[in-house]
Design a binder for this molecule. Structure first.
Ligand code: PBG
Length: 326
């Protein structure tokens, strides 16, 4: 009597057989590297809650983009921090806004690197919500859509390769698609933050982007962490409206959602390993509680195994370096 698992055990101890039977592989080509670009700072500013990640000037962002490309990372995701904010978030659709300037600069310097632009109002509004407010302080979904469409067109003009709406207003994918098509940008795909949960794990990001809501929270437009079926409905709606890639966010607490969205939509699926997930590993490893490299590679592998075609992660550059060494 011999047990099948035991028969593989001796060879499984060898790298060669582990490689042959491995189901999920991790590669730098699976990563998107997010960057925070701040208008007019002219230097790097460390983000205290995200060790290793800085707010960047445009010149520094270009240097980081070049480094990412050299490491085999195919795309960066840009978040802008404007010099001034207002009630409508008008900095977001300014053709000379920080994301627009950074997109042009990166595309000039590293044309082969894909530039994905995050499309949202929260970093640009003085109140920090992802849409415009009605007089009673509630986010006005329909009035926000028109502004989101303007941002999309402005980002497309600045050279964005993909547009990634993260606001979670209803109907935004369709409106953005129509606006892009009208302005001769029908070749620009939409990466929709479809299943975006109202998560505690966005905390460090909000500190980085200065986008914490001045009052209330985002639970009116982001999803309840308890709801998996709703994530599927949201993803299907986005696909019907024209999303080319759907995203689940955060990643680790929602691996089941990633799997379901992948199986049931059969679309390309992105997962966002968000700021709080990054901060957690950084904090634990700097305290000596776990080994950073092993924890990061295991985490990213699990997100891919769950069904994500690619992972947006602040660990992208480190992980790409570690993968080169193995
Ligand atoms: C903007 C946006 C957020 C993130 C990406 N786009 C934050 C939020 O909804 O408050 C979070 C990303 C991260 O935590 O890394 N709507």
């Amino acid at each position: 009597m011999s047990f099948p698992q035991t028969r593989l055990r001796r060879l499984r101890a060898t790298r060669a057989l582990r490689g042959l039977v491995r189901e999920t592989r991790l590669h730098s080509a699976d990563f998107v590297y997010p960057m925070f670009i701040a208008h007019g700072i002219g230097r790097r500013e460390p983000i205290s809650t995200m060790p290793g990640i800085d707010r960047l000037s445009i010149a520094h962002a270009v240097a980081e983009a070049e480094e990412a490309a050299t490491l085999g990372i195919p795309a960066v995701l840009l978040f802008g921090i404007p010099a001034t904010k207002d009630d409508e978030g008008s900095g977001a659709w300014d053709d000379e806004g920080v994301v627009q300037l950074a997109s042009r600069a990166i595309k000039d310097a590293v044309p082969e690197l894909l530039v994905i632009t995050d499309l949202c109002l929260c970093g640009y509004t003085s109140h920090g919500h992802c849409g415009v407010l009605r007089p009673d302080g509630v986010v006005d979904n329909d009035a926000s859509l028109e502004l989101l469409a303007r941002i999309a067109v402005s980002q497309a003009r600045a050279g964005a390769d993909l547009i990634a709406p993260s606001d979670m207003m209803d109907g935004r994918v369709g409106v953005i698609r129509a606006a892009l098509d009208d302005e001769n940008h029908s070749d620009i795909p939409i990466l929709a933050y479809s299943a975006k949960f109202a998560s505690a794990f966005y905390g460090p990001f909000r500190e980085a982007a200065g986008s914490t809501p001045a009052f209330g929270d985002r639970r009116a437009y982001q999803m309840d962490p308890a709801n998996g079926d709703e994530a599927l409905r949201e993803s299907r709606l986005d696909v019907e409206e024209g999303a080319d890639i759907v995203m689940v966010k955060p990643a680790l607490p929602y691996l089941d959602v990633i799997r379901r969205v992948k199986d049931e939509t059969q679309m390309p699926v992105a997962a966002y390993h968000v700021s709080g997930e990054y901060a957690m590993i950084k904090a634990a490893s700097s305290a000596g509680y776990l080994d950073e490299r092993t924890a990061v590679l295991e985490t990213l592998t699990s997100i891919r195994r769950a069904g994500a075609d690619f992972v947006i992660t602040y660990h992208a550059k480190d992980a790409a370096r570690w993968l080169q060494e193995t």
